[in-house]
Design a protein. Structure first.
Length: 754
């Protein structure tokens, strides 16, 4: 199939649908919405259109430049995302029958480059442009015009780097209309490169495709843009802070942006130089990276000396967002603030000392290799410090499971999986085996997907009221977040499994026994794609038709004294523009304090109440479990009489612990129902849907019944299978019902939280 035309059409369709949503929601919004702030009406005449265009292309306001960055990054993400979907579509079948092998190679190359250079950094720069000045009390960035230039270098660099695809489409049209000659040949020879984002030599030198040169120029330009931006952030944070903001008052997000900018300052110029050397090698017969005169491995050294810090350039802003947003939804201050700052700085320094772990298999000196292994494992320590601080911040906090919080929590989980697999890869013997397999792809996507876009989504929701003055559809956001998490875990978890089974990466063709795994991963990826579209819809639609904010304290931050500067700025603006009065919360409590009894309860300080409530919860859960299990037994025995259930299953249960007999098995069944499952219910009941406990109980039972249905399945088919499933479900519902009602009754009598 013709990749170029198809890709551009899919991408174009997505963009057109965006525009359609925009148009429809705007039409709706022009109807009066209760006389409240219905100011978003646009007269579409040529003059205003011209002025809007001039305004947005010449603005130097940090917030507007920030929005431009975010829009640009989103555009690139959609483009790279379409490529991800196309790759996963190809991998549905073991042979290369949907796209050709060449197309697949081009797809992963352009997907990687687009995502890393044109999606992540621009979006984070956008968020930072908008919020860093607000957070440090500055009027604008230190060099507003440089700021705008930094942004406007990006579109041409994207065009240079990704021009192969539009060029192909133009070439095909020219051929269709019978145009031949130089013009046609120019477009026709520009193909998307097939090199991988690491552009390894000697392939990247030998590839005759002229588009590779444009790609290198594009990367160079984007490096210049990024470096300009980084300098601007550093100077702004160092010199433009408000009088009352000393270094000790910088918040965590700004610290992360500062560190990131520092890394950029050292990493990107190096990429720029290496890219120029490669261009020279390609076009002017220099020999930096050729075996005669230079060394192909030199490219890998230079590239990874940039490339590994790049990993942290894209990770640290996400970590900053996490450390910033998480406390707001737990009602506590970030635990161990200083440690988080030090870990950030530590990562910044260490990130330069680990590049050779990407080269363990290139035959470098074993002793050097071992020292790189040590540093690479050491870098896990500051990352782990962050994780522990995040978890401790959640611990005994007052958690609100809104969309940003769901994303934060899931991100921590994904980051732990991605991080632990990374530690394994940093270990030489493991790397030698798994290098070049899907294990690596699974590992880095866990992090690259699980924390970077997740945190961007979280930030988009968290700050949406500031950006637009409206609220997004919260229900849809919650659904979108959950779908995104599900899809990501399915997709990238499966990749790790395939890697463990030693499936090599970067191949369009693979052994047929991997087909089932690949299909699962593809279904997961489509779920991600769907969730991204839902997010896009929510953002666009709510911009015009969302509920207007009626207070600046959308998230109830004043209550826990976390109403930070950007919200204060927003509050001032609302008052000034729309006369919205600032609100005062009814109760406030500090989000952290050393006075016992105030602020969040800490585990250590409130041991006594904890000691009192834990046994009560456990007891309530145990009794509830007993009632539930007894009810369940009733169903079981009925089923035995009907012949759907076999009592000998109980003796199998007994054999699991090395005992015999139906009665022992039954006792085990009772014990399990009273302890494990009942305690789990006590812990999670709060987070399951439905206020009334009965609904919670039924939901819980439905969830666990799936596991049991699988565990006790004994090969039934057809109608019997149906009976089995129904029966498992009903038995568990009885259990959940008995558990929930008893638990509710007991805990309301004792006023136990659960
Ligand atoms: C829906 C989400 C995504 C899917 C389904 C996906 C899928 C893929 C696939 C199939 C590959 C090729 C693997 C191989 O054979 O080596 C790949 C490579 C890659 N992806 Fe993604 N990806 C997704 C999101 C992302 C994101 C968000 C980023 C970065 C921010 C990213 C960065 C990369 C990079 C750098 C590569 C390596 C390219 C290379 O080998 O040169 N991906 N992805
Ligand atoms: Cu690395």
């Amino acid at each position: 199939m013709n990749r170029a035309v198809i890709e551009l059409s899919i991408f174009g369709t997505v963009l057109c649908s965006c525009w359609l949503v925009f148009w429809l929601s705007r039409r709706r919004a022009t109807q009066p919405d209760g006389g409240y702030q219905s100011t978003r009406e646009i007269d579409v005449d040529l003059e205003t259109l011209k002025q809007t265009v001039i305004h947005w292309t010449t603005t130097t306001n940090h917030r507007e430049v920030g929005i431009l960055y975010i829009l640009f990054g989103t555009f690139a993400a959609l483009w790279g995302g379409v490529e991800a979907m196309m790759m996963r579509t190809e991998l549905l079948t073991p042979s290369a029958d949907i796209w050709s092998v060449e197309t697949y190679n081009a797809l992963f190359t352009s997907h990687g480059i687009t995502m890393l250079f044109f999606f992540v950094t621009p979006v984070f720069f956008g968020i930072a442009n908008y919020f860093v000045p607000l957070l440090i009390g500055a009027d604008d960035m230190a060099f507003p015009r440089l700021n705008a230039i930094g942004f406007w270098l990006l579109p041409p660099s994207l065009l240079l780097a990704r021009g192969g695809l539009p060029a192909q489409v133009v070439g095909q049209f020219l051929r269709l209309f019978g145009v031949h000659g130089d013009l046609f040949r120019f477009f026709w020879t520009l193909q998307e490169p097939e090199l991988g984002w690491t552009l390894y030599t000697p392939l990247s030198i030998q590839s005759p495709n002229p588009q590779v040169n444009f790609l290198l120029l594009g990367l160079h330009l984007s490096g210049i843009a990024t470096t300009l931006g980084a300098i601007n952030f550093i100077v702004t944070i160092a010199y433009e802070r408000g009088n009352e903001i000393g270094w000790e008052h910088l918040d965590i997000f700004v610290w992360n942006i500062l560190t990131t900018s520092g890394i950029i300052l050292f990493a990107f110029p190096l990429l720029g130089s290496a890219v120029i050397m490669l261009l020279l090698d390609r076009n002017f017969a220099t020999t930096f990276f050729t075996p005669d005169g230079g060394d192909p491995i030199l490219w890998q050294h230079l590239f990874w000396f940039f490339g590994h810090p790049e990993v942290y350039i894209i990770f640290l802003p996400a970590a900053g967002l996490m450390s910033f947003i998480l406390p707001k939804f737990t009602g506590r201050k970030l635990f161990g603030f200083t440690f988080v700052v030090y870990s950030t700085l530590g990562i910044g320094v260490l990130s330069f000392g680990v590049w050779a772990h990407h080269m363990f298999t290139t035959g470098i000196d074993p002793q050097i290799r071992a020292s790189f292994m040590a540093v690479s494992i050491a870098i896990a320590i500051p990352s782990a410090i962050k994780v522990f601080n995040w978890i401790t911040t959640i611990w005994s906090g007052n958690i609100r499971l809104s969309a940003p919080m769901v994303l934060c929590i899931s991100s921590i989980g994904m980051f732990v999986v991605g991080g632990v697999t990374g530690v394994f890869l940093a270990t030489i013997p493991v790397d030698i085996f798994y290098h070049g397999t899907y294990y690596v792809v699974g590992h880095f996507h866990m992090i690259i997907m699980g924390i970077i876009p997740f945190m961007m989504f979280a930030a988009s929701y968290y700050w949406y009221p500031i950006l637009t003055g409206r609220l997004y559809d919260r229900q849809l956001a919650l659904f979108q977040s959950l779908l995104l998490v599900f899809g990501s875990v399915i997709t990238f978890g499966t990749l790790i499994v395939m890697g463990l089974l030693a499936l090599p990466r970067r191949y369009a063709v693979y052994p047929p026994e991997f087909a089932p795994f690949q299909r699962v991963a593809t279904v997961g990826a489509f779920l991600i794609g769907l969730s991204v579209l839902l997010w896009l819809y929510n953002m666009l639609w709510s911009y015009w038709s969302g509920e207007p904010v009626r207070t600046a304290d959308v998230w109830g931050l004043k209550r826990t004294q976390q109403f930070t500067r950007e919200w204060q700025w927003f509050e001032g603006r609302l008052e000034e523009r729309y006369g919205v009065e600032p609100t005062e919360p009814e109760i406030t409590r500090p989000s952290s304090t050393t006075v016992p009894g105030e602020g969040s309860p800490t585990v250590l300080r409130s041991v006594e109440p904890l000691l009192r409530t834990v046994p009560r919860i456990a007891f309530a859960a145990g009794i509830g479990g007993l009632v539930g299990t007894t009810l369940m037994s009733g169903v079981l025995f009925t089923a035995t009489i009907l012949g759907i259930f076999d009592l000998s299953s109980f003796s199998e249960l007994a054999e699991l612990v090395g005992a015999r007999g139906v009665s022992v098995g039954y006792l085990l069944f009772l014990a399990g129902g009273m302890t494990t499952w009942a305690l789990l219910f006590a812990v999670f009941a709060e987070y399951l849907p439905g206020r009334p406990r009965i609904i919670t109980g039924l939901a819980y039972a439905t969830i666990i019944s799936v596991g049991f249905a699988l565990a006790f399945y004994t090969g039934q088919t057809g109608l019997q299978l149906l009976g089995y499933v129904v029966f498992v479900l009903i038995a568990h519902w009885f259990y959940g019902f008995g558990l929930a009602v008893t638990f509710q009754y007991l805990s309301s009598r004792w006023q136990v939280e659960g």
